[in-house]
Design a protein around this ligand. Structure first.
Ligand code: SAH
Length: 351
């Protein structure tokens, strides 16, 4: 059954009218779902019995069943959920000094095939619906409610390529951002793409304030194609054109993600090429420690090596940050936990 979280505010209004209900019902439903955060239609006491029954026949609220919850030594929480069709999806909660950030899964598996990533070990079986993404946030929010905390930041950096599931991802961001709903600030929501240039162009024209992050990971075509097959379809020239179009239309700083892979993309010339590639853009580079994936054979760099690359970029006037690793001890990197479960390594978890 469809989850009611699938409806953005505007779509909810349309569907209310379609049912012969008044438009303002949408506001009431949003209140119950996102402010009071109820788990059942029966709790929605100001709706008529008839309306509640109809809603119950058509929708579920929470489509997720928790399979496993793991807490890392740094407090990072990883949730493994089973969706209604049996698919598994991972969600991660990270604690920062600026707030609570949730990383959501946007597809079941991924077809992008990046050479270093665990998510691509399992091919995409389907897109995650907007409501299933909303539900991931709501699950964590209901837990945080017990501590009077709130999800303040959202990153779409779990399994999947969000721009390969564009409409659902836009609906998802609009729903959690809506001021009648969770009202998570647009500037606190980040969508990360491996570089589907035509979707970056489309996003550029949406006139929204969400953050855009680009998984770059290599500063030249030869290396990037080796690491990320998407680079064949959209080589760096085309990708950077799309990014410049976005930058021209949006006064937002762009993030470039760059995993440091030992002996692969961590050499001085890579720093130089990177600086040249993004020159003139309002952007910064987020250097990411690599979470080793057993199957792939890449190695991360040591902290001093990462610092050396960081220093080099700084000297080349590139703004950059060195990301802290979160939850490495609980396989918090995209797709790692799910891949193990699907391979049957953690059968005991599933009971
Ligand atoms: N498909 C999207 C979003 C999901 S991946 C994208 O490519 O941006 C989120 C980020 O995690 C990407 O930058 C991705 O390259 C990175 N990543 C993937 N595997 C990783 C690993 N094993 N260690 C560290 N980062 C990883």
């Amino acid at each position: 059954m469809k989850t009611i979280y699938d409806y953005s505010y505007e779509k909810m209004e349309e569907s209310m009218l379609g049912e012969g209900w008044k438009k303002f019902r949408s506001q009431q439903l949003f209140q119950w779902l996102y402010r009071k955060r109820v788990g059942s239609f029966d709790e929605m006491s100001d709706l008529s019995n008839e309306m509640r029954e109809r809603l119950k026949e058509k929708y579920v609220i929470d489509p997720l069943r928790l399979v496993k919850r793991m807490v890392s030594s740094d407090g990072t929480v990883k949730y493994l959920f089973r969706l209604q069709d049996g698919s598994l999806a991972e969600t991660v909660l990270m604690h920062y000094d600026y707030g609570k950030s949730v990383c959501v899964t946007s597809q079941i598996g991924c077809n992008m095939g990046c050479a270093f990533c665990a998510s691509g070990l399992l091919k995409k079986t389907r897109d995650v619906t907007s409501g299933e993404m909303v539900a991931q946030i709501m699950y964590v929010q209901r837990e945080l409610d017990k501590e009077q905390e709130r999800v303040s930041h959202v990153v779409i950096m779990g399994t999947g390529e969000p721009f390969d599931n564009y409409e659902n991802v836009m609906d998802f961001m609009n729903t959690i951002n809506h001021d009648k709903g969770l009202a998570i600030g647009a500037r606190h929501i980040t969508v990360s793409t491996c570089g589907i240039a035509d979707k970056i162009r489309r996003f550029a024209h949406e006139n929204v304030q969400y953050n855009l992050a680009i998984s770059l990971h290599a500063p030249n075509d030869e290396l990037r194609t080796r690491l990320m097959p998407i680079n064949k379809a959209y080589p760096l020239g085309e990708l950077m054109d799309a990014i410049r179009e976005y930058a021209g239309l949006n006064n937002r700083r762009i993030t470039f993600e760059y995993i440091l892979l030992k002996g692969v993309n961590d050499q001085p010339e890579h720093a130089t090429q990177l600086a040249h590639l993004i020159k003139g853009l309002n952007a910064y580079v987020n250097l990411i420690p690599y979470n080793a994936v057993d199957e792939h054979g890449f190695k991360g760099v040591s902290f001093p090596q990462a610092m050396a690359f960081y220093d080099r970029l700084c000297k080349l006037n590139v703004k950059c940050t060195l990301r802290q690793e979160h939850g490495a001890d609980i396989d918090a990197a995209c797709g790692q936990l799910r891949a193990k479960v699907e391979r049957g390594e953690l059968d005991d978890l599933l009971g």
